[in-house]
Design a protein around this ligand. Structure first.
Ligand code: CIZ
Ligand code: SF4
Length: 302
């Protein structure tokens, strides 16, 4: 962090001048997460904070679909992303046209989409879900069959917890799909670590885990259990950012970095505030459709 201090000071000064709020996802590096963010959280938490904050200018330090979700819930505010190329393998695995084709193939079957999708895909969906409420949202559709997009592994995990039949898509998180059961077992056997895994991991990894949960659920589990050693089988920055909060817990590898999250840097956050770029623009009808699907989720519960 010392190396970053001049940038952190400059950003925090400019942020005040602009009256901006900086929001950082849990997968952002510690200098961003602890150094410049006013709000931190998972993708939905950030979107809800964008809706509820007083500022008219929001910088989302995260990937593109997260900035879109903030814009969907706060359409009258200016939402900036420091790098438009910060994408996501899950979000880019499916287009709105793909969703329309699936609906044509399965008439009358509702579509539940994971938050990790574009605004256009959300607008084609009946409801949005997170990894924390996926089972509840699927069951709230009230149908024997649901189209579940786009994460195949999350879909298989959800399918194991409900009687609703799921039509799945072949999307993968390129960060979580790389973990292996052998890595998980190694962490447990060599380091006596508890294993906490994100449901975007392959089924054989989830089978080894002591706890499977979303980004937010992982933090709550740690606070409850305070294990001596834990392997967070997820994006590396999770452990980096939680370390300060749990000084008695040792964080064991494996972890993988998300290359898209890494595109956000102190330098481009500064440039975003200086030049007011890159503003997220979404057509009004897409915002309305996506908002309806998000509201359906919020009615079920976070
Ligand atoms: O894997 C991701 O990108 C996650 C967990 C996003 C989120 O919902 O915060
Ligand atoms: Fe997408 Fe995976 Fe990166 Fe999350 S960690 S932004 S799901 S590629």
């Amino acid at each position: 962090i010392p190396l970053h201090l001049p940038w952190i000071d400059a950003i925090n000064k400019l942020k005040k001048q602009r009256g901006a709020v900086i929001m950082a996802h849990s997968y952002q590096s510690p200098e961003i997460f602890h150094g410049v963010a006013d709000v931190t959280g998972d993708s939905l938490g950030l979107a809800q904070a964008a809706r509820d904050c007083d500022a008219g200018l929001i910088v989302v330090c995260g990937v593109h679909f997260m900035a879109e979700s903030a814009k969907i819930l706060a359409p009258d505010k200016t939402v900036l992303i420091p790098d438009l190329e910060a994408g996501c393998s899950l979000a880019s695995s499916i287009t709105a046209a793909d969703v329309r084709a699936l609906k044509a193939r399965h008439p009358g079957v509702p579509v539940v989409s994971y938050a990790n999708t574009s605004a256009a895909v959300k607008a084609e969906s009946d409801a949005i879900c997170t990894s924390a409420n996926a089972v509840q949202v699927v069951e709230a559709m009230g149908t024997p069959k649901v189209i579940f997009l786009p994460d195949e592994f999350l879909g298989r995990y959800v399918a194991g917890q409900t009687d609703v039949e799921l039509v799945l898509w072949h999307g993968r998180c390129e960060v979580h799909e790389r973990f292996t059961a052998q890595q998980a077992r190694h962490a447990r056997e060599q380091f006596d670590a508890r294993l906490v895994a994100h449901p975007e991991c392959p089924p054989e990894v989830l089978a080894e885990a002591d706890f499977v949960g979303s980004t937010t659920a992982m933090g709550k589990w740690l606070a409850r259990k305070q294990p001596a050693r834990v392997a967070l089988i997820t994006e590396c920055s999770m452990a980096d950012n939680l370390r300060a909060q749990f000084p008695r817990t040792q964080f064991i590898r494996p972890c993988n970095l998300c290359p898209h999250m890494q595109r956000i840097t102190l330098q481009n956050i500064y440039a975003a505030l200086r030049d007011l770029r890159h503003a997220i623009e979404i057509p009004a009808d897409t915002i309305a459709g996506a908002r309806r699907a998000l509201d359906r989720m919020l009615a079920v519960g976070r």
